[in-house]
Design a protein around this ligand. Structure first.
Ligand code: TRP
Length: 335
């Protein structure tokens, strides 16, 4: 089975866009793949953070992932900082990545723009991400389009290492959500749904109260005209609602379009509100159960970290050896 690896940062609340575009795909991936999913807390350190909040968010995201259906028996679910090999490999790979390439990363440019102080960690973010991926001999990396460039860089680093030091890393490829899994902001449907602090009314949170979910969807911006037709160019608001409907009912956009043909926007909104509330209900309920037992979460995360370490350690050792670092006990690349 191909190995997949993906990560999610413990910053901000998980929203419907994350859920449909990423997490629900991961849930499907766990049976078709040898899957690892990681709460990337070390990546959260690349911008200023509050320690207590980081701890709480890390638990929350891990709990939400399990509530959404990631099953520690069917995948490896763990917290990045529990597996020190991620940081260790980053140092080695830092010496294969160049200043020029990291400087060209658009995410770095966006996040550093206008900041008075930019940490070295923010600059190095993509190398830590490359380490996450390469440590597990990953074949596929399911990500959003905004991570395309980082996975490209990961491939470049892996190929460069293999070229200089012999076959060491599997060169991974990124996979992207199918069209229709890109959920837009309800108030500003030409922008991707993003963090709730940027657009509280346009962002549905997975843990929002059902009444709030329904309200946000019913207030979604629609377009002029009254026909529920799929056309992201001229009808971004209505198209987004149709995509949501299709994604949450497991049908096609064409089927949703047919269902609402000739009806007013209000009918579409009511239906989308209903399917969204119903889709999130079991996640909310399971979350409440799991959150009531933090010791059980810690136990499951410890098992996940143990599994991840047992996969990461031999890959790190291979990379160390191929790079010529003297192995404890005297072994080296040539032995
Ligand atoms: N950078 C990714 C994001 O912001 C998160 C991430 C970290 C990741 N490490 C990863 C994703 C490894 C895929 C694989 O969404």
């Amino acid at each position: 089975m191909p190995r997949v690896f993906s990560g999610i940062k413990p910053t901000g609340d998980m929203h419907l866009g994350n859920y449909i575009g990423a997490v629900s795909r991961w849930v499907e991936d766990q049976d078709r793949h040898d899957a690892l999913f990681c709460v990337v807390d070390l990546h959260a350190l690349t911008v200023p953070w509050n320690p207590a909040e980081l701890t709480a968010r890390t638990r929350e995201v891990a709990t939400l992932l399990m509530a959404a259906g990631l099953d520690p028996d069917r995948c490896t679910l763990f917290v990045q900082s529990h597996v020190p090999e991620h940081s260790i490999l980053t140092w080695l790979l830092n010496n294969l990545a160049t200043y020029g390439e990291l400087h060209r990363m658009t995410q770095f440019k966006d996040k550093s723009k206008g900041q008075e102080s930019v940490s070295v960690g923010l600059f190095d973010y993509p190398v830590l991400m490359a380490s996450d991926i390469l440590l597990y001999d990953t074949d596929e990396v399911p990500v959003g389009d905004d991570q395309r460039q980082h996975v490209e860089l990961t491939r470049d680093i892996a190929q460069r290492f293999n070229h200089r030091f012999g076959d060491t890393f599997v060169v991974p490829k990124a996979t992207f959500p199918p069209a229709g899994a890109r959920i837009m902001d309800l108030q500003n449907p030409t922008a991707k749904m993003s963090k709730s602090d940027v657009s509280p009314e346009g962002t549905v949170l997975v843990l929002d109260d059902p009444k709030v979910v329904a309200k946000k969807i019913k207030r979604a911006v629609t377009d002029s005209g009254s026909e529920a037709r799929y056309d992201p160019e001229t009808k971004p608001g209505v198209s987004n609602l149709l995509e949501l409907h299709a994604a949450l009912t497991g049908g096609t956009i064409a089927a949703s379009e047919r269902e609402f043909a000739g009806l007013q926007y209000g009918a579409l909104k009511t239906a989308v509100a209903e399917v969204t509330v119903e889709a999130l209900r079991p996640v909310r309920e399971r979350y409440a159960e799991l959150a009531a037992d933090p010791a059980e979460l810690d136990r499951l995360l410890a098992i996940g970290a143990e599994k991840a370490r047992s996969m990461a350690a031999p890959v790190l050792e291979r990379a160390y050896r191929h790079a010529g670092l003297l192995m404890p006990g005297g072994a080296s690349a040539t032995t």
